[in-house]
Write a protein that binds this ligand. Structure first.
Ligand code: ZN
Length: 310
């Protein structure tokens, strides 16, 4: 079974702390992901606006570090197109997809989008929690939705074959983005607000909006987004999966664990090595093998097939 995790901050965390992405004591590394039959990991380039001003140059520096890892490890491949992913999986490699978390690093210049695309970035989370040049975030709003630069960016991304990610966006930015999109839009790492009322989670109408584009919601493992507390168990996580499946069908749910982007995981899950526990639990609840395959990775693979054309 192929697993796709649509969001982790492990690249950023490893680079910031001068640790290896191949093997470390954090939530995610290549060696542990290799234990599965197939693994595709979206690796976010994240610059925390609470501690640094995100810049384009710094984003490029993280990408160079990811390239170094690719050169060091025969078991890791950075993928741009869906075909690269298929080939990487066939050759038993962990497939990485580079993403940018927070469009701030574009610095308001569309040519920086071209440069990031050329460097291999295939997914952009338009905002982090704060408003930026593209639109508004879950915690601060001053643009009133997508800005003209945001619209330009979404258009060009979809034209080029990049995935638009609306996790972290506020509701108006979300709405603007969904209504103009011509390709599947994802929420890479957000949960259901009906189950846990948190500004980082999605209302039911947002989940069905994502489904209408052919997109997927990646379930976030951060306990605060599972049940607004520092503790959660796997059953609490599954409540979000149940809700989204009930509302939008089993084709709309995936995994976006947010490994290394937070510090409180559900009980028994220490990192990527324990992801299988979730799938075992779903099997115990009589989810079909087919449904589990889709949730584990099949749904996000479908989005990659639809969007990542070259
Ligand atoms: Zn995030």
């Amino acid at each position: 079974m192929v697993i796709v995790d649509a969001h982790c901050d492990s690249l950023t965390r490893a680079v910031n702390n001068k640790k290896s992405l191949i093997s470390n004591s954090y939530h995610w590394d290549i060696n542990r992901a290799l234990k599965y039959d197939g693994f595709v990991q979206v690796l976010a380039v994240f610059q925390d606006p609470d501690s640094v001003k995100p810049t384009f140059n710094n984003a490029m520096r993280y990408i160079q570090e990811a390239r170094k890892v690719e050169n060091q490890s025969p078991f890791f491949k950075i993928c741009k197109a869906y075909n690269d992913i298929n080939e990487g999986l066939k050759n038993k490699k962990v497939c990485g997809i580079l993403s940018l978390e927070g469009g701030d690093a574009l610095e308001g210049k569309i040519e920086n989008l071209d440069a990031l695309y050329n460097a291999g970035v295939r997914l952009i989370t338009l905002t982090w929690n704060y408003a930026n040049q593209l639109g508004d975030g879950a915690e601060t709003q001053y643009n009133g939705g997508l800005t003209s630069f945001g619209i330009k960016t979404v258009n060009l991304m979809q034209e080029k074959g990049m995935i638009v990610d609306i996790s972290h966006a506020d509701v108006k930015t979300f709405e603007d983005c969904i209504s103009m999109s011509t390709k599947p839009v994802i929420a890479s790492h957000s949960n259901a607000r009906y189950i846990c009322d948190h500004p980082r989670n999605l209302y039911d109408w947002q989940i069905t909006g994502i489904r209408k584009t052919g997109g997927v919601v990646g379930i976030n493992f951060y306990t605060e987004f599972i049940n607004n507390s520092p503790k959660a168990d796997i059953s609490a996580l599954i409540r979000h999966i149940e809700h989204i499946c009930g509302l939008a069908g089993e084709d709309t749910v995936g995994i976006g664990a947010d490994f290394d982007g937070m510090d409180a995981l559900p009980e028994h899950i220490k990192g990527v090595e324990d992801l299988y526990l979730l799938f075992n639990e779903l099997a115990k609840l009589n989810y079909s093998d087919r449904a589990i395959q889709k949730i584990a990775g099949g749904n996000f693979l479908r989005v990659f097939r639809d969007v990542l054309t070259e």
